[in-house]
Design a protein around this ligand. Sequence first.
Ligand SMILES: [Zn+2]
Length: 209
Amino acid sequence: MSSPAQLIEGFARFRERHFAKDDALFRELVEQGQAPRILVVACCDARVDPALILDCAPGDLFVIRNVANLVPPAENQGHYHGTSAALEFGVRKLNVGHIVVLGHAHCGGIRTLLESDGQKEDMFLDEWMGIAAAAREQVNLEFSHADNAVRQRACEQQTILVSLDNLRTFPWIRERVEQGALALHGWYFDIERGELLGYNADTHLFERL
Ligand SMILES: [Zn+2]
């Protein structure tokens, strides 16, 4: 796919194969509205479309995508907060029962973070990736002698944990988690090995799901 014309052809195929076939599903989604039970925070990376890799149908997932699947801490300085607004919509309006932070291998955002020399050259990117600064510091401490591939993977996974911690700074998420109405999950898509890993809070490891 390299041109908008190919996307329009793709829509025609989607319409023919899915819209016609799943007419009842789409009618229901229109008449009853969306009611996804799962919210996914994923990366913008073109290779990690959550609905595609998790084989979901329209209406299954409420998806937030941003650079490096980051969740910022709850804060309100009167600025625009796209990710936080989408979290609020998913949790408070749609009442999702699960939030999955879906990280992935070979993340360009994480590479930018690890290679950053502290010079803030980008208009938005450096500040945004600063959300994961604690992950970088931990990896630099624990994996100071490891090669870049090991450090990258460790930072990608540690960043998922930072996002999980930040989710709990939103009062309406923390309350729901404490009440058992909402569960938080940290997953990692290994695009190189074709595996899906999940964080196990008991072992403190990402394990194959
Ligand atoms: Zn990424």
